[in-house]
Write a protein of this length. Sequence first.
Length: 319
Amino acid sequence: MSARKSERLLNLVICLLVARTYVTKERIREVVEGYAGQTDDAFEKMFERDKDELRDLGIPIEMGTIDKFFSDDVGYRIRRDVFELPEVHLEPDEAAVLGVAARVWQHASLAEATTSAVLKLKAAGIQTDQSALSAIEPHVGASEPAFDPLWSAVVSRTVVRFEHRRSGASEPTTRTLEPWGIVSWHGRWYVVGRDRDREATRMFRMSRIGGNVKTVGGAGAFTVPEGTDLRSLVAELAPPRPTSEAKVRARTGSCVSLRRRANAIEPYEDGWDLLHVPYADSGVLAEEIASYGPDAVVEGPGDVLDGVLRRLRTVAGVG
């Protein structure tokens, strides 16, 4: 399908969706970009084909009378309650694609097509309901506060500075980044780019970015290296997926990061819970557990326990 035809069909959907009443064929011809300038015969054929295609896609276009006293005065509409999809469950990769589309919609808002159709309907005296546009807006959860400012920085090529807390770290560190892009990886949102402080390519999980994301300088401050493949970079930079599970006793109200990742949390005894924590690198997990001091005790396996004991002995100055 050509881009011009896709735009025309989208405009037609917007027109019929936001209108509170049936819209006549003549009004549709005036409002929808792509119909203007067509001969009467060409418009009739194009409009009939477009209706058929939308109906084939499952979009319910209704025809009805505009005035109950004039049965020959007919028009068209799309009922929002019929058009809206039920909840859809997606695989992580599918959700990533749709999530990016959702954010592009929110920032660009398909402004030209949407604004044009709605304004023309209003000018013609037809009441509109712009909230109906949410029915064709893709929605995917991306609740991290850092998403919007980072997305804007990616688009405008603006350097950003933010506070980032590594897993298990007690304090966040300040990072200055040239953001090249945003990627969803295994259900998490990451920003990828050049870390100016480390002078290296880095990726940061958005849920660990706290506080305000601040811009540094103006737009167009950097260029993304030619041939950059964000998905490949993420695969290289991302920590390996967990292959093992440790059992860790955690004092109630402590070890928030471990609790967040735990596959299960069981009551253990007064003031303690037993966490089933997935991990890929026993050394990394041991370092995190050791940072919680007396609030976390490893039950197993042995390699994680040994790693924690080594780190605690080093801190205590015991050989």
